[in-house]
Write a new protein. Sequence first.
Length: 305
Amino acid sequence: MWLLFAFSGPVLWAASTHIDKYLVERYFKNSDTAVLMVFTALIGLLALPFIWIFSPATLALPLTNVFVLISSGILYMSAMLFYLRAIQSAEASVVAPLFQTSVIFTFILGYLLLGETLTLVNGLGVALIIMGALILSLDTSFRIRAVRMRTLVFMLLCTFVLAFSTVIFKYYAVQDEFWSTTFWTFVGEALFGAGILAVPRYLKQFMLLLRTNTGALLSINASNELINLGGGLGVRFASLLAPVALISAISSTTTLFVFFFGILLTVFFPKIASEDLSRANLIQKGVAALIVALGVVLAHFGGVS
């Protein structure tokens, strides 16, 4: 049973990646993706009263924890903005494996800020992740493409910010229950969205999209948030039934599911997603995804001293 919940995370997160790609392609070709973050923040804002009703203890956290959680929400939105920039210029199956580079930055920041050190197995895992990311930045002739390099840079910025957020959590030892964490993280996301709307050109784009595609954007975003939440809850529950390291290793298969879903959508629903299905490209992305997944497994199972 725990295995089903453990795999619910990577499967749902892979689906979410393709939804993000669809949103960007369908509604934001002529608008800045920063505006999409406003819709994400709005969904979180609408969820706040329901979370509070379900779990009133969310308002009883110490101020330090509240500050860290709000900061985490702001950092998360910043990272997602870099991610959306990346997914504008690349296929979902190229972007997804690059999320695993957060492991590299987590180790580096953990060493610099927390005094953690890597084992030899950890180092090998990090090296494999870097190798997989570099393979994805090349075309099928193994030459660096400007578009792929742009994607790599944006995803490195994204995963650095995510890793920084993770290390801050660990530094302050924030271990509050799920709904309290979700509530104050959503507050941070709402503040980030308000900051975007303070920029006049973003406000103008937001109002235009709100008038023309309100229902679609809100419903798709809300569904996407629920999918992400479901994946997080599934993995969280699985971690209560099995070793955390094993759950983390299974979570690294997200890239493989993104790859698989991309093929299915391109074959059966080409208007929703379009991946390059040439033999050389499939082999390159498949090999890179496997290398990255293996690197994540070694990084998690190698232990940190």
